[in-house]
Design a protein around this ligand. Structure first.
Ligand SMILES: C[S@@+](CC[C@H](N)C(=O)[O-])C[C@H]1O[C@@H](n2cnc3c(N)ncnc32)[C@H](O)[C@@H]1O
Length: 269
């Protein structure tokens, strides 16, 4: 599968200061202590693994299981993080209980929207958490993620990207829906958590301003391209999205576009 190609990695987007800020905020609230057992679920190229490690003490104590289905993402993460307490494991959230022992904390950043059956995955996470354990997750793909009048930006971006594709002789299959498009409301997430035995759930919303470069960088990430332009080869989709983002910033005279992160911290009963 093309998604295993390191050229289409999440790493560039994850290097932006706003990204670090929003995720460091969440990781700080997960209550991670030195000596704990922690899962970094959907670790990708390792930006969150790094934030978790910073909470494990000096020298670090405990265990971090960094899990991702993508071999290329795991390779980038392993190059970036060399720590005796971090174990990289290839696998999915759906199979979590076969991959890790009981743990104190599961951190699941910027990935829950990608799983088709969110109820099953939240139940799988609950199963590996010790009583009182914490699940911290966030996403910018939920009902309410579009801040202010930013819908205008997305519509214009879509049109410009389509025009670029047409000029290169490609067409998007309009009804090819991907899982990245299945957005839940905050209430629906709350309900799924309660159904899986999470007793306390705190939800916060944080808005960040994303400059043009951030939209160009997310346009390099395979799963984003597949979600935005289903059926289009990654190289071509990436180019169309980047050109579209640049033109949209110019056409609408934008400096930045806001996006809202939903930050969730839930404690297992
Ligand atoms: C947008 S990246 C986020 C990476 C990292 N958590 C971060 O915030 O920097 C999403 C990651 O979720 C992974 N992913 C996709 N489906 C998954 C699943 N079913 N279980 C676990 N991880 C998954 C992808 O391979 C990708 O590395």
């Amino acid at each position: 599968m093309e998604t295993s190609d390191a050229r289409f990695s999440f790493a560039k987007f994850a290097a932006h200061p706003f990204f670090r800020e929003v995720n460091a905020w969440l990781v700080a609230r997960a209550g991670i202590r030195p000596g704990a057992d922690v899962v970094d679920l959907g670790c990708g190229p390792g930006a969150i693994t790094e934030l978790i490690l910073q909470r494990m003490g000096v020298p670090p104590l405990g265990r971090v299981f960094a899990i991702d289905p993508s071999s290329s993402a795991l390779m980038l993460a392993a190059q970036r993080i060399q720590s005796a307490i971090v174990r990289f494991v290839q696998g999915t959230a759906e199979r979590l209980s076969s991959l890790v022992p009981q743990v104190d904390t599961v951190v699941f950043c910027n990935a829950i929207h990608l799983v088709p059956d969110k109820a099953q995955v939240i139940a799988a996470i609950s199963n590996v958490l010790r009583p009182g354990g914490v699940l911290a997750f966030n996403t910018t793909f939920f009902e309410g993620a579009y801040a202010g009048d930013s819908l205008r930006f997305y519509k214009h971006w879509g049109l410009r990207a389509m025009r670029c594709l047409r000029e290169r002789g490609h067409a998007v299959v309009r009804d090819a829906k991907t899982t990245a498009m299945q957005w839940l409301t905050p209430e629906e997430y709350r309900r799924l958590l309660a159904d899986s035995g999470f007793a306390e759930t705190e939800v916060e919303f944080q808005e960040k301003q994303l400059p043009c470069q951030a939209w160009e960088d997310i346009s390099e990430f395979s799963m984003f391209i597949e979600g935005a332009l289903p059926g289009i080869p990654l190289e071509i989709g990436m180019e169309a999205l980047k050109v579209g983002a640049r033109q949209t910033f110019e056409d609408l005279r934008l400096q930045a576009v806001p996006r809202i992160w939903m930050q969730v911290v839930a404690r297992r009963g």
